[in-house]
Design a protein around this ligand. Structure first.
Ligand code: ZN
Length: 155
């Protein structure tokens, strides 16, 4: 710390102004908002991960155990020389990955379906209130049968 201060004093204004730029840039980076969004995302993601893990470990895996019978690969291993090849644990990890991916897919799909339904309700465009006269290209009321600008008959 003392050395740093000493260097700063010796170098004078040049380092000070450089640091100002550095910290100004750092402040800009922090204040950008997407850093905060990212932090919130990470926190929510962590909480979401707990839900998914619990759903997989406590609900889906035991249910699959009932359906498929208790299958445990994790003790499968081959010993070659001094090395123990625990391919059973690897198989278990792969199966767990697919169960996890399937559960996440199901959750995301459900969320997307709900948000699609909500968006459809709000995104429906109101019926047009005006049309364009084919003769003078003026904007006229949708129900007009005679154009108020060029007096042409319109449908
Ligand atoms: Zn017209």
């Amino acid at each position: 710390m003392n050395v740093l201060i000493y260097i700063k004093i010796r170098a004078g204004g040049i380092i000070m102004s450089k640091e100002k730029g550095f910290f100004a840039e750092f402040k800009k980076f922090i204040m950008r908002g997407n850093v905060i969004d990212l932090a919130v995302g990470v926190i929510i993601g962590g909480a979401f991960q707990a839900i998914v893990s619990s759903l997989v470990e406590d609900i889906v895996t035991p249910l699959l155990g009932i359906i498929l019978g208790k299958v445990d690969f994790s003790n499968l291993a081959v010993t070659i020389g001094d090395a123990s090849i625990g391919y059973g644990k690897f198989i278990t990890a792969v199966i767990n990955f697919f169960i996890m991916a399937l559960v996440i897919f199901a959750i995301i799909k459900a969320i997307n379906d709900v948000s699609d339904r909500l968006h459809k309700k709000t995104d429906e465009e109101p019926a047009p209130a005006t049309k364009i006269c084919p003769y003078c290209k003026s904007e006229i009321d949708i129900e007009a049968v005679k154009c108020p600008h060029c007096t042409s008959d319109v449908e």
